[in-house]
Each structure stands twice: as C-alpha cells, then as structure tokens.
Write a protein that binds this ligand. Structure first.
Ligand code: ISC
Length: 380
C-alpha cells in the first residue's frame, strides 16, 4: 500500500459517510486506521467494549465506539514528509473578522469566573470559546496531513462518525493508559508560548493552576480501593507545538482491568478542562459559556484494544527468538487543540484555566495562541 492509497481509503470512507478514525500516538511513526464496515451507531455502555471511543465533555452525552473486531484495520508508517509545497503555507493569524467582539465576550466571561472564585464558589474553572474559520479549500485530507506532519509529539487524529461529524486534533494530554495492571495518567496545565528559551520560568498563577490538577487527580485516585498509586514525577515543562505546559506524570497499579471504568469516571473531566470542585465549576460552565462544547474537552482513544506484542525471549544463544502475546490495552487522550469541519468551515475550540490571579486580557491571548495550533494547518 502506498501513502496515496492510505489517504484514498480515508477519502472513500468519508464519501460513503461510514465511521472511521485515523490516528497516530505521540512520538510514533505508525498511523492506525479503523474503518467501520456498516452504518450502525455503536454507543458505549459500560467501558467493557473494545474499540476506539469518542466521548463528549458532558458525561451525560453520547459516547460512540468504532468496534475493533468488526472493522477493517490498517497500520501504516507515516513518519516521512507528507505534504507538498503548496500545502505548507498558511496565513491564518490571531486577528480575524469578529475578533474584537469575541475578545470582549471572552474577557467578560473570564472576569465572571474570577469574581466567582473570589466569592469562594470554587477554586478553578476552565472557560472556553469556539471560533469559526471559513475555508477556501475544505478538503480535509491536506489539513490532516499537515497535522500529522507538524505535531509529532501529540496524539494526532481524524475522526468521522455520522452522529458526530468530522473532527481533527493534535492533543498533548493523556487521560489514561492501562496495560495489564499498570496505569498512567498526567496532570497538565499552565501555558506559555515556547520562545526557545533555555531557562523556562513559570509564574505563580500557572504553578498553582497545575498543582490543583495534580492534587485533584491524586485525591480522586486515593478514593478508589482498586488503585495503588506508584510514582509521581516532579512537575516539568512539556512541549506542545509552539506552546509549553507544566506536566506531572502519575502511574500505579490497578487491581483488575475491569476497574478502569472507575478510573475513567474518577478522572473525567479533570480540572485541566473543567475545574475544582468539579460540580460547582461544571455548573458555572453550563450557565455561562453559552455554547455547546460537544466533543471538545471530552476524550478519545483505544479502549480494551487487542494488540499483538512481540517480545524477545531471554534464553541464551537463541538469537532473535521471539514470541508474541495478545495484550489488551487502553490509551485515552483528552480532546484538546481540536476542530470540527462542517460545510466548508472549521470550528476551533480553545479554553484556559482560570484561578483567582487570572487576568482576562492575558487569558484571551492564551486562547488566541492555542487556536494557532489548529489555524497553522488550515489551508486558506
Ligand atoms: C483547555 C485547554 O487546555 C488545557 C490543557 C493544558 C493547559 C491549560 C491551561 O493552561 O489553561 C488547560 O487546562 C485547551 O487547550 O483548550
């Protein structure tokens, strides 16, 4: 199969309006394609299913699944340059028609959030907005190729389902990884533009904002008898395209693979996308954001995915002795730095964590910078 054949497969599936997902995990060369063979809409019921899931921000919303067993699966090496010269340039920038109005609205929303925090209604809330970009060339494949090309360290995906529409993204945030009895998650928050500086300094606001996420995750996990927390890394600076975030890695043991549903429920939505305490922050978001986040800040990825793992035998003098085992693994990511493509437009979703020390103008700029992750791959 050639690269062209691979993308042709996706095009055909899209033309037939059948569900599919194409994705590449952070730092990997292999792209995975899952093509559903019929038009059944599979809704997730209890996390025991296996396949690729796409879950909304709202826990009461519908999560869709592309089953692994009955779908065509293709793996393809996609590390080399994918895009042609004319696809590389982009002139989308922070300013756009309607930006002033959007800025006013967003700053007002952020100020309301700060006021509510100062009134002690909650400690943190993540407030977001969406931005509509009109595309002169609405064909999704050049956009997806550019995402793959540009963001090697992110989880890059293109998802289509008749019930959700076409979504793409390049997210830096893992929600949960489970393999055998080991789990991994992360607390990711705090943002600054990566200027290539050697010494990265973080302000008090960002440090506190991220610490709230770490504390929430640790508390949530400590409340689960099935979980044993193992390692907790020190917070460190993590690259996400042209941005930097603060990240803490958390790992441990889960007593049974079935218990991962409790883990997912405990984690989603984390204060990196919702707030703290969760209930109060969520109520504030629902009351004041005035738009539907849909699948932005939800999660997506492989659930109970069966993968073949080849391992070298360790008996002496038997070179290349290999055996393979079928493993079940879960790899879920938070749906950030994403967009929905519809009717020739791209709707980009962006947000940021608000604490008592937030500044509305600064928060607006943060969403402008985050939007650039997607805008820089749009072909005008
Ligand atoms: C909510 C978003 O990012 C989250 C993840 C990392 C840093 C964040 C921040 O600095 O506010 C957010 O919590 C988004 O990109 O829309």
């Amino acid at each position: 199969m050639t690269k062209e054949d691979f993308f042709q497969k996706i095009q055909q599936q899209l033309k037939a309006q059948k569900a599919f997902v194409c994705y590449r995990k952070p730092g990997q060369a292999l792209a995975n394609l899952l093509l559903q063979q019929d038009y059944t809409a599979h809704e997730l019921t209890d996390f025991s299913e296996n396949g690729f899931v796409f879950a909304p921000f709202d826990r009461n919303g519908k999560t869709y699944l592309i089953p692994q067993n009955t779908s065509e699966t293709i793996q393809f090496e996609l590390a080399e340059v994918l895009i042609t010269d004319e696809e590389t340039s982009s002139d989308y920038e922070g300013s756009y028609v309607g930006a002033e109005e959007d800025q006013k609205d967003h700053e007002l929303l952020v100020q309301k959030g700060i006021d509510a925090i100062r009134d002690q209604r909650f400690r943190k809330v993540v407030l977001s907005r969406s931005e509509l970009v009109e595309l002169n060339d609405p064909s999704p494949m050049p956009i997806f190729k550019k995402l793959l090309q540009k963001y090697r360290e992110a989880f890059v995906y293109c998802w289509f389902h008749p019930k959700t529409g076409l979504w793409m993204g390049a997210t830096p945030e893992t929600l949960l990884q489970v393999e055998r009895d080991r789990f991994e998650t992360m607390a990711l928050a705090g943002t600054q533009v990566n200027k290539g500086q050697e010494q990265i300094e973080w302000g008090q606001k960002e440090l506190e904002e991220q610490l709230l996420v770490t504390d929430f995750i640790l508390n949530a996990l400590e409340g689960l008898p099935e979980i044993k927390i193992g390692e907790i890394s020190k917070p460190y600076s993590a690259h996400a395209g042209t941005l930097l975030h603060i990240r803490t890695d958390i790992s441990g043991k889960v007593s049974q693979a079935e218990d991962q549903s409790k883990l997912i429920e405990a984690l989603h939505p984390t204060p990196a996308v919702c707030g703290l305490p969760r209930k109060e922050a969520l109520e504030f978001i629902q009351k004041h954001e005035h738009y539907d986040r849909e699948y932005y800040s939800g999660f997506l990825g492989e659930l109970n995915f069966k993968t073949e793992k080849k391992r070298n035998g360790n008996r002496r003098n038997q070179e290349n002795q290999q055996f393979s085992a079928i493993l079940k693994q879960t790899s879920l990511y938070v749906n950030l730095r994403c967009m929905k493509l519809k009717d020739g437009d791209a709707r980009i979703y962006i947000g940021g964590g608000i604490t008592r020390d937030s500044d509305p103008a600064h928060e607006w700029m943060e969403t402008v910078n985050k939007a650039q992750t997607m805008k820089s791959v749009l072909v005008k």
